[in-house]
Design a protein around this ligand. Structure first.
Ligand code: NAD
Ligand code: ZN
Length: 260
């Protein structure tokens, strides 16, 4: 059996993604960060301490990131993942990304472990606001109470949103396949997700341009760019599904019933 077979035959395949999946959309990973903000390390900006000290600087960085993502579009990796969900194969996309590109590509069941660039939260009254486009003034203020707004993302040293974490762990425990793509697997607790799935018996399929901290537990390592490997994998999975459908004695309904 190859990776496409494993995915095609799965009952509960989940996808776990990181910044590498958005790299081909032109959204830099933290390691490959370029341009304007090169001289800052994310650990210096994505922290509660940095925000307390200089909210304007932190917001200017987030506004730049919002602008990059706003101009960007989902790439073939995002679309392949969305297609696997539409086929009924992928049950959930658990992402560390904050860019919203999975949703823009059509993924429906997305668990955002690290929040979203497209929400801001009032540090004073807790109100959460959806953002349609990059913020204009920095730092933005709460229309309700005048308090300071912060990006509704998870900063270094902060706990993950409870509800998202609980959903992710549930999916990981139920998964029989976890497709890991474009993550270094070093940011915890998020990186526990593939390990939890593996412990519960899931097959781990990894897509990355290089080996990562997940590679030692990977059953299949597909080396290459996510935007090239994932569409090929999705194509293969589609072929296997239609072969099974043709060879199944009960016809198409047999597939339907095995994937409620
Ligand atoms: P990371 O930067 O630590 O690792 C990126 C991984 O992607 C690396 O293993 C790299 O080899 C791989 N990669 C790079 N280009 C690739 C490609 N084209 N195809 C396949 N793999 C590729 O990212 P991480 O593991 O997500 O963790 C860093 C943290 O940074 C996360 O918490 C995340 O919230 C945050 N982050 C998010 C975004 C985003 O939302 N797009 C961007 C930068 C950072
Ligand atoms: Zn407020």
């Amino acid at each position: 059996m190859d990776a496409a077979d494993v995915v095609a035959k799965s009952k509960h395949c989940i996808v776990f993604t990181g910044a590498g999946v958005s790299a081909e959309s032109g959204v830099p990973t933290f390691r490959g960060a370029g341009g304007l903000w090169e001289r800052y390390r994310p650990e210096e900006l994505a922290t509660p301490e940095a925000f307390a000290k200089d909210p304007e600087l932190v917001w200017r960085w987030y506004r730049w990131r919002q602008e990059v993502v706003h101009r960007a579009a989902p790439n073939p990796a995002h679309y392949a993942i969305a297609e696997l969900e539409a086929l009924g194969v992928v049950k959930a996309v658990i992402t560390q990304n904050v860019d919203g590109l999975h949703q823009r590509a059509g993924s429906r069941n997305v668990v955002e472990l690290h929040g979203s660039l497209w929400r801001a939260r009032c540090v004073k009254c807790g109100a959460v606001y959806r953002l349609e486009k990059p913020v204009e003034e920095v730092p933005p203020r709460c229309p309700r109470c005048g308090g300071l707004l912060r990006p509704d993302v998870v900063w270094f040293g902060e706990p993950l949103p409870q509800e998202a974490w609980a959903r992710a762990v549930e999916h990981a425990a139920e998964a029989d396949v976890v497709l890991v793509a474009g993550t270094s697997g070093v940011v915890y607790p998020a990186a526990y997700i593939p390990h939890i799935a593996k412990k519960h018996g899931a097959v781990v399929v990894e897509v990355n341009v290089e080996e990562s901290a997940i590679t030692p537990i990977a059953d299949f390592f597909l080396r290459g760019r996510a935007g090239e490997v994932l569409p090929r994998l999705a194509e293969e999975v589609k072929k296997r599904l239609s072969t099974r459908r043709e060879s199944s004695p009960r016809g198409p309904s047999a597939i339907g019933s095995s994937q409620p």
